[in-house]
Design a protein around this ligand. Structure first.
Ligand code: NAD
Length: 303
């Protein structure tokens, strides 16, 4: 019998970065007891101020926790945390592990099998909506896993997301998230190319956005990324360029495997990879526009 994890339950949370920190805040505000771990002591200090309990040892997040949420950078890190760092050994049988980062679906399935071997359950629940969505509790959450496990973690997911959809079996959420980001990154690139060319022609970018957003060229990039992070010149969405590239690569690999290779997607990956080489490691993904501009201006100077 599945008992949904209502507020009052203890949750472990691993990965207290740009997304994890506001997510922990929402869970605490909803009445959950949250025990959080991050390898970065500054990240642990941040959640102490939010009413959560930071723990300095990974195994301590498992104490009394019926579910452990992970918001880590990549599958490699998730594999490390579950395996070498010992989460699979430390977690109490019956615990649901919820990977909310953007991971590789095959890795997720492999980890779910390993978890099942220790009587642990696994759900993938990656998110879309950025730091703003995490702060407001309006994330779109795409969930993969067995129905009874999803039902168990549904209440905390509902605290974090405005739209929580069970999209299939284990790994399905991660597949959909990667495909979503391939679309998002490709939109951002092509929208930016068009907007930069229009600006060169003499059009005002703000006017172009106003018109495009009422036309068929609109996308999340023209509706949110350009107006909020590019036009004001802040480039501070809180989603790293390298994280976006990781997701795009997951998606093109998945497309290739299905026999439906993403030819335009692969071209986009090549450009994003070049940008990742040339921009600082900490670059925000919206800085792809800065990179396009610099690349163009460099070419002009060399001509
Ligand atoms: P981030 O780099 O800000 O945070 C990751 C955190 O994980 C850091 O605090 C880091 O110290 C911690 N960490 C790394 N290795 C660890 C380990 N071995 N043990 C414990 N903690 C460890 O990343 P983020 O922007 O919060 O993204 C997290 C995940 O969410 C990624 O998979 C990303 O692709 C996805 N995502 C991010 C956004 C966004 O807007 N930032 C949106 C949707 C999805």
């Amino acid at each position: 019998m599945t008992t949904p994890l209502a507020p009052g339950a203890v949750l472990g949370f691993i990965g207290l970065g740009n997304m994890g920190t506001p997510m922990v805040r929402r869970l605490v505000e909803a009445g959950y007891t949250v025990r959080g771990f991050d390898t970065d002591p500054a990240a642990r200090d941040r959640i102490a101020g939010l009413g959560a309990e930071p723990v300095a040892e990974l195994a301590a997040v498992t104490e009394g926790a019926a579910a452990i949420l992970l918001m880590l950078p990549s599958s490699d890190v998730v594999e490390h945390v579950l395996d070498e760092a010992g989460l699979l050994d430390a977690a109490t049988p019956g615990t649901v592990l919820v990977d909310m980062g953007s991971s590789r679906p095959h890795s997720t399935r492999m980890l779910a099998d390993r978890a099942a071997g220790r009587d642990l359950r696994m759900v993938d629940a990656p998110v879309s909506g950025g730091v703003g969505g995490a702060e407001a509790g309006t994330l779109t959450i795409m969930v993969g896993g067995a129905a009874e496990d999803v039902a168990r973690v549904r209440p905390p997911l509902d605290c974090l997301g405005g739209k929580v959809t069970h999209v299939g079996g284990i790994g399905a959420g991660h597949a959909l998230k990667a495909l979503n980001n391939l679309m998002s990154a490709t939109h951002l690139l092509v929208s930016s190319e068009a907007l930069l060319a229009g600006r060169e022609f003499g059009l005002d970018p703000a006017v172009m956005l106003e018109v495009v957003n009422g036309s068929s060229g609109r996308s999340g990039s023209t509706e949110a990324k350009w107006p909020n992070f590019v036009l004001p010149g802040t480039f501070d969405s809180g989603f790293g360029l390298r994280l976006m590239l990781k997701d795009m690569r997951i998606a093109v690999d998945l497309a290739e495997e299905t026999g439906w290779p993403a030819l335009l997607g692969e071209a986009a990956v090549e450009l994003w990879a070049k940008a990742a080489e040339e921009l600082p490691a900490s670059a925000d993904h919206t800085e792809i526009v800065r990179w396009l501009t610099d690349t163009h201006e460099g070419k002009e100077e060399r001509a």
